[in-house]
Design a binder for this molecule. Structure first.
Ligand SMILES: C[S@@+](CC[C@H](N)C(=O)[O-])C[C@H]1O[C@@H](n2cnc3c(N)ncnc32)[C@H](O)[C@@H]1O
Length: 286
């Protein structure tokens, strides 16, 4: 990363449900003092990655997500950003055009075309959601905006510069951390466990996230702890989460919600940040 990049705060390229923008100060304040490689196995919009990489607090990074269309956007930005920009510049905000692009078969498109399509749909769809039907087709309706920015060229180029040395993979979280070493740092931002049985907003992709997945994630967190890898995790303040992470440092924090379809439900709600290390950076054991 060259000197010119130092001053530029790169913003996430995609709006993402559960985007961590508003929780960033709380997360930043709890990072380990230093770490070798940064891992993010539920990358989504990558708010924390872009924040830290912009400040040159990351030297090596690997990130992954189960959503292949999302990972492809980052691969395309890393490997062919100018082609993505050229294609994205041809897209425009119009309802009929939106549905034409949404109906395209991604398999018939090139990598930069697929990435530009996902960015375009993300900037112009309802609430920036990513939702697919059972056969994997993106099915979010058109969104109403004043004048959405579809192609933010400087930010896309700056994001591309930060992604140059990053390992990107489409993976389930359980297989994403085989290479994590003692001294590395992992940030987990899984789909939040619902606070009640009626709030079931966990369908980020066709893969849901069940209570069993939360337990498997805790097991991964515990295994990393035993391997000497520092880890931080954000989740909802559901009783299950306090229960699962009892041996670790569980901090309750308050942040405004980024995406919520019910305006009345906007506002501050409790979330938790779990660390497997104390304020001095010492690893906690289970
Ligand atoms: C809360 S979002 C992450 C938001 C991100 N931190 C941000 O700032 O935008 C959760 C992500 O987990 C991914 N995901 C869901 N199930 C997964 C699994 N089993 N393994 C890996 N990623 C998964 C989703 O595709 C989604 O991108």
């Amino acid at each position: 990363m060259d000197k010119l990049m130092e001053q530029v705060q790169v913003r996430p390229v995609l709006k993402w449900a559960g985007g961590k923008g508003r929780l960033l100060p709380e997360l930043m304040g709890r990072l380990p003092k230093c770490f070798a490689r940064y891992h993010e196995p539920f990358v989504g919009g990558g708010a924390l990655f872009f924040k830290l990489a912009s400040r040159q607090q990351i030297t090596q990074a690997a990130f992954s997500d189960i959503n292949p269309a999302l990972i492809e956007v980052y691969v395309a930005l890393r490997d062919c950003v100018e082609e993505v920009i050229d294609i994205l510049k041809q897209h425009y905000y119009d309802e009929a055009y939106y549905y034409t692009i949404r109906a395209l078969d991604p398999a018939a498109l090139s990598l930069p075309e697929r990435a530009a399509r996902v960015i375009f749909l993300n900037k112009t769809c309802y609430n920036g959601l990513y939702r697919e039907n059972r056969s994997g087709q993106f099915n979010v309706p058109f969104g109403r905006y004043k004048n959405p920015t579809i192609c933010d060229e400087p930010n896309l180029r700056a994001a591309s510069a930060l992604l140059q040395e990053v390992d990107l993979e489409q993976r389930h979280f359980a297989t994403a951390l085989d290479k994590a070493q003692p001294g590395d740092f992992v940030y987990f931002d899984p789909p939040y466990h619902p606070l009640s049985s009626t709030s079931n907003f966990t369908a980020y992709s066709r893969y849901g996230f069940s209570e069993q997945d939360q337990v498997q994630l805790r097991d991964t967190f515990a295994e990393l702890t035993r391997r000497g890898v520092r880890a931080m995790l954000s989740n909802s303040s559901a009783p299950l989460i306090y229960d699962l992470y009892r041996p670790y440092a569980v901090h309750t924090v308050y942040a405004a919600r980024a995406i919520n379809s019910k305006a009345a439900a906007r506002g501050k709600i409790a979330e938790v940040i779990v660390c497997n290390y104390d304020e001095n950076g010492a690893l906690l054991s289970d």
